[in-house]
Design a binder for this molecule. Sequence first.
Ligand code: AMP
Length: 214
Amino acid sequence: MRIIMLGAPGAGKGTQAKQIADKYQIPHISTGDIFRMNIKEGTELGKKAKTFMDQGALVPDELTVALVVDRIQKEDCKNGFVLDGFPRTIPQAEALDKKLAEMEEKMDYAIDVDVPDENIVNRMGGRRACVNCGSTYHIVSIPTKVEGICDKCGNEVVLRDDDKPETVQKRLKVYHEQTQPLIDYYNSQGILKSVNGVRPMEDVFAEIVRILGA
Ligand code: AMP
């Protein structure tokens, strides 16, 4: 099963993507996580990506497409994968379709987790991420067991630079201009499914499972 998660930054698509990956035993491919890992490791890709990410801008398509094209050809993607944060532009979506066509495959579902902007701004301010392993939490909806400390690795959890209010506004603008057109793109392919993301995450997940089939 090949799934794309669509939705504004902070709509909860990452949390849903992780659960889908667990339930259906397919890799969770988050371009944001891959960039953050590269930044942490100080790679060339990380250095290039950071300048864009810190401003709330998109990393250029050629860098992003190359890493996803490489990742989806790995052995563990044979039975499918869930893409989280990719594609984010029409050229990225076209490049993905082209690569899949070469592999004689195609995407099965594009799931749009729909959340209005005003909810997004509130959510992002409460988001916290581990400085070490990148696990994400929310001070209200997914709190850490011990305040300020990651449940998984015991390091500090902080508000990410790109989740700060001024950057969130920029990211939302970028989302509306560059990523939202993908909703029409996948609708016209007949694989778009929209779910209301303004609900408890268990309810959102239950609806996604209904769409995907048990
Ligand atoms: P995310 O964790 O998915 O919200 O991504 C964090 C940041 O990484 C974004 O604001 C972008 O700067 C960059 N990024 C992640 N995925 C992509 C993509 N598909 N295209 C361009 N930039 C991306």
